[in-house]
Design a protein around this ligand. Structure first.
Ligand SMILES: [Mn+2]
Length: 363
């Protein structure tokens, strides 16, 4: 699996690149590409490097601490215990013909300078785009992991929804969600859980606080599970008690837009076209200026991975891409509705990876 991934990265990169260096620093300077090429699901691998080559081979250079975890990768391995050993191993691994590719997107400048010094005289070039492009098409193992992350999130939400009640604080509901996901095998949340009640649901990137759930509130949850380093991302909006006319109206518009967006997905269609299908429904209903973000984004090792469904992002959908579809309507001071699912692009349609009912739920 990893050999195939490495070969595809080089296929998408300029011809004169002899090696690609992927450096995983310490929190928060991590590079998901290190894990993509090594296939390693567990372990920290702080300050570790992977150097990969056009023939599909590669070497992991990591500290003795990670030796056992690193054995799970098919790549070669060299361990170090001193800085000098690390430098020597890197120098050897980078001794190839051609330029050295590096991921400018995720490498700290200080680390970049260090590698420039270690491989003195070599030409470095940015390969962040080829890396992102390669990761947009998921292989079987990646799809399995994302599916599992999606299933955990949907089941966690089901369990949490059952315990939602008046008087509960946003952070309390968020805590239950995370607990329910980890109980089902998630290594943790995919990102900071958004749990927003009432008027707070009008802020798409709200940070959960102490607002308590009251009758008549929207209760919006945008969250995901991380499983073997892969993420899911789902949003549902419930109503505490009975929905009023306006709540029901905007809910149904968002639901219609989301379903139409998903229905428009198949191999060969363009991202902006899918966005337009959903956006038009919201615009025609008179809420166009309250749908203030794009329809969706790529999903995988990163929560916001390459590609997306946006009027501004020209791209053609291909089989085995994973994307979110998440229209919303946000009315300041009143509240908002967003419905989000993760989908896998198939030849003739979209497969939903986050199975959870979409009908308006009055709790
Ligand atoms: Mn999302």
């Amino acid at each position: 699996m990893t050999e195939r991934r490495i070969k595809r990265i080089f296929e998408n990169s300029p011809d004169d690149i002899g090696a690609i260096l992927l450096y995983n620093g310490s929190e928060p300077h991590q590079d998901v590409n290190f894990f993509y090429v090594t296939g390693l699901a567990k372990g920290l691998f702080e300050n570790s490097a992977a150097v990969i080559y056009p023939d599909g081979s590669g070497i992991i250079i990591t500290s003795k601490l990670e030796e056992e975890s690193a054995r799970k990768s098919r790549l070669d391995m060299e361990t170090f215990s001193t800085k000098r050993e690390f430098r020597d191993a890197m120098k050897k691994a980078l001794d190839v013909d051609g330029r050295i590719g590096i991921n400018f997107e995720d490498i700290p400048h200080t680390s970049y300078r260090k590698f420039k010094y270690i491989a003195k005289g070599r030409k470095f070039t940015d390969v962040s785009e080829p890396l992102e492009k390669t990761r947009m098409i998921k292989d079987r193992e990646e799809i399995e992991r994302i599916k599992k992350a999606g299933k955990i999130a949907a089941e966690g939400l089901k369990a949490m929804a059952g315990s939602l009640c008046e008087g509960m604080a946003e952070y309390e509901a968020a805590a239950i969600l995370i607990y329910e996901m980890m109980k089902r095998g998630a290594t943790g949340p995919a990102f900071e859980t958004i749990s927003s009640f009432g008027e707070n649901s009008a802020e798409p990137h709200y940070t959960s606080g102490g607002r308590k759930l009251r009758r008549g509130d929207f209760a919006l949850f945008d969250f995901g599970a991380r499983y073997d380093r892969y993420n899911s991302d789902i949003t549902r909006t419930f109503i505490m008690g009975k929905a009023d006319r306006k709540q029901r109206e905007i809910y149904e518009i968002v639901r219609e837009a989301q379903e139409a967006g998903i229905d428009a997905i198949r191999e060969g269609v363009s991202g902006p076209d899918v966005d337009a299908v959903a956006r038009e429904i919201i615009e025609k209903a008179g809420y166009g200026d309250m749908f203030i973000h794009s329809l969706g984004h790529g999903l995988g090792l990163k929560v916001h991975d390459g590609g997306g469904l946006s009027p501004r992002m020209k791209m053609e959908l291909k089989e085995n891409m994973v994307l979110t579809v998440e229209p919303g309507i946000y009315i300041p001071g009143f509240g908002g509705v967003r419905i989000e699912d993760d989908i896998l692009v198939r030849k003739n349609g979209a497969e939903i990876l986050t199975e959870f009912p979409k009908e308006m739920m009055e709790l």
